[in-house]
Design a protein around this ligand. Structure first.
Ligand code: HEM
Length: 131
């Protein structure tokens, strides 16, 4: 399985797989919970799932529109007060959630693709911190 097939599986899943990310994140970083007070985490997870399709599209095809979207997303996070140093924990929680979901289909090449895609997405979101 490659990264684009894994995104297809996420988008096809009836279960909101990505919702588990937040439990993982708050377990490792309870201090980040404060950002999500009064938020509906199912809505949050739905938006993140769709955003991951853009993360993958930017990584695999470098569509300019997806790069622009990621910058806008970064700018919104800047205004939410999300600090640049908090992205690493988010990335690890996300990778852990994907690994759990894909179980035996998960392998090192797929893990590497997701690491690269998320690093690129975060780098592009950071550009949105400067506009
Ligand atoms: C790869 C990194 C990340 C991606 C792709 C991502 C994606 C998203 C998306 C798609 C949204 C919805 C945007 C909208 O309202 O239009 C969102 C909102 C949000 N994200 Fe992130 N995020 C990332 C990292 C983080 C981190 C590190 C934090 C901090 C702990 C964070 C906290 C939030 C908060 C507080 C909101 C607003 C929630 C709301 O309005 O209900 N995100 N994120």
């Amino acid at each position: 399985m490659d990264i684009s097939e894994s995104v297809e599986a996420l988008l096809s899943s009836k279960a909101l797989v990505i919702e588990h990310l937040y439990d993982r994140l708050f377990e490792s970083r309870p201090d980040l919970r404060q950002h999500f007070e009064n938020r509906d985490m199912r809505i949050q997870a739905s938006m993140l799932t769709v955003a991951l399709a853009s993360v993958e599209a930017y990584y695999s095809q470098r569509f300019p529109a997806t790069g622009h979207y990621l910058k806008v997303l970064g700018n919104r996070h800047f205004h939410e007060g999300v600090r640049t140093e908090d992205y690493a924990a988010f990335r690890e929680a996300l990778i852990g959630t994907l690994q759990e979901f894909f179980a035996e289909t998960w392998d090192q090449p797929l893990a590497n693709q997701w690491h690269e895609a998320l690093d690129l997405a975060i780098e592009t979101m950071m550009e949105g911190y400067e506009i």
